[in-house]
Design a protein around this ligand. Structure first.
Ligand code: UD1
Length: 420
């Protein structure tokens, strides 16, 4: 296992290019199951999660090849409709092969993904939507068994206790593309990655409108064809580099970014003292002399993303004053609090809130990554800490950030990888 070593104290300066969005590419790869024709996806980041999805596609009978950021998916000889526990349990996004398999093969057997460190993570909304389309669903030995001679369009409300579901919307939207008649999903997730999936499906011949809004309408079609698509830039990676500029007092120009996907983040980061300059496809960010504490509440898009909560907490940990961070999507997503406190942060957790009292200085320490975004928050804290921070279990970071230490190093960071 690798670990990451960071020596803090360098102001990050220069340009960085953002990769394609992990949360867009994973369901888009799953969507290739809806056709027998070839699909070509560009702007694909080289991430462990992407490689896992390619392995799943192969296990389902596809031929999937990755070369220089381009994935080509074609059909093999033997299609399969069983997604195995070993693959699905390593990555929750793999559960979104269920909708496409059911629509294409009229039956599917997909392992339940199980919980993970950030919370329980149920799939009831996925199943509710597929049942509304007429699927007969049962759970046997940890697998979802789904079948439907013909899926039929329907109206449904897909909101849960914590609001809309990103992958739930993806799963049901994909299944509905080949259903008979019209489907309306109310309280659909509005995330840009869901809209990117809908755009890809439309290129395949689907008839989807309303993507990016809480009401998505899908007019079922008989057949989907192959398509080419380029993945949107990763807004969470872009926002992580925004925090890197702020936390180190640097000056970073972020390329291949969609500022319109970053509204809530830009709002909060400007409130904390960022100076931003936007030009077409780039965003330059540097901090004013003095940073201010800000209160942040995570919400479904267009609210502040839960996937940026940990990184924002690192910034607040070194911002003088008190800030309150409230987690409304995954109330237990606070594994990073104890690790940041090991570096000298003063953060107290109270239920779904973290009360952060900014300190002048963090000090480098051995810390442990617990999940993808928590790892990013520790890396950011390490960039500003005095001395050396060693982050173990770094495989979490590799699931979602392409070439992270190369990109950070190119901006001047002293960061490298070691064998544990
Ligand atoms: C996606 C993202 C993940 C992000 C999350 C929330 C991908 C690959 N992953 O995960 O990075 O953190 O959105 O923005 O896109 N819920 C239910 N029932 C369900 C499904 C979800 O109650 O059937 C709950 C969840 O426990 C959570 C909330 O709804 O509290 C939102 O989860 P959801 O949007 O489904 O997250 P994912 O799609 O799994």
């Amino acid at each position: 296992m690798d670990r990451l070593v960071v020596e803090g104290g360098v102001k990050l300066k220069g340009e960085v290019r953002i990769s394609g969005a992990k949360n867009a590419v994973l369901p888009i790869l799953a969507a290739t199951l809806l056709t027998d024709e070839p699909c070509v996806i560009s702007g694909v980041p080289e991430l462990c999660d992407v490689m896992t999805m390619l392995r799943i596609l192969k296990s389902l009978g596809k031929i999937a090849e990755f070369h220089n950021g381009v994935v080509t998916v074609t059909s093999g000889r033997h299609a399969n409709f069983v997604a195995d526990y070993k693959l699905v349990s390593t990555m929750r996004a793999s559960f979104c092969v269920l909708g496409p398999l059911l629509a294409k093969f009229k039956k599917a057997k997909v392992s339940l993904p199980g919980g993970c460190v950030i919370g329980v993570r149920p799939v009831d909304l996925h199943l509710k939507g597929l049942k509304a389309l007429g699927a007969d669903i049962s759970i046997e030995s940890g697998y979802v068994m789904a079948k439907a001679a013909r899926l039929r369009g329907n109206n449904m409300y897909l909101g849960g206790v914590y609001g809309s579901s990103v992958l739930g919307t993806d799963n049901v939207m994909m299944a509905a593309t080949l259903a008979h008649g019209r489907t309306i999903i109310e309280n659909a997730a509005c995330e840009p990655e869901v809209a990117d999936l809908a755009d890809f499906l439309n290129k395949m011949g689907a008839r989807i409108t309303g993507q990016g809004t809480p009401i998505i309408e899908i007019q079922g079609v008989k057949h989907l064809r192959g398509a080419e698509h380029t993945i949107i830039p990763d807004r969470i990676e872009a926002a992580t580099f925004m925090v890197a500029a702020m936390i180190t007092g640097g000056d970073i120009t972020i390329k291949n970014v969609c500022p319109q996907h970053l509204g809530a983040i830009i709002d909060k980061i400007e409130e904390s003292g960022a100076v931003l300059a936007r030009t077409d496809g780039t965003l330059r960010i540097r901090p004013k002399r003095r940073l201010k504490p800000v209160n942040v509440t995570t919400l479904p898009y267009p609210g502040f993303p839960t996937d940026m909560q940990a990184q924002m907490m690192s910034l607040m940990a070194v911002t003088p004053g008190i800030s309150v961070i409230t987690e409304k999507i995954y109330p237990d997503r606070f594994m990073h609090v104890a690790e940041l406190n090991r570096m000298g942060a003063r953060i107290q957790r109270e239920g779904p809130h973290a009360i952060v009292e900014g300190v002048k200085l963090l000090s480098g320490a051995p810390v442990m990554a617990s999940d993808l975004r928590a790892s990013a928050s520790l890396l950011l804290a390490g960039l500003v800490a005095k001395g050396k921070t060693t982050i173990s279990r770094i495989y979490h970071l590799d699931r979602g950030y392409e070439d992270i230490e190369q990109k950070m190093s190119a901006l001047g960071a002293r960061v490298w990888r070691e064998k544990e």
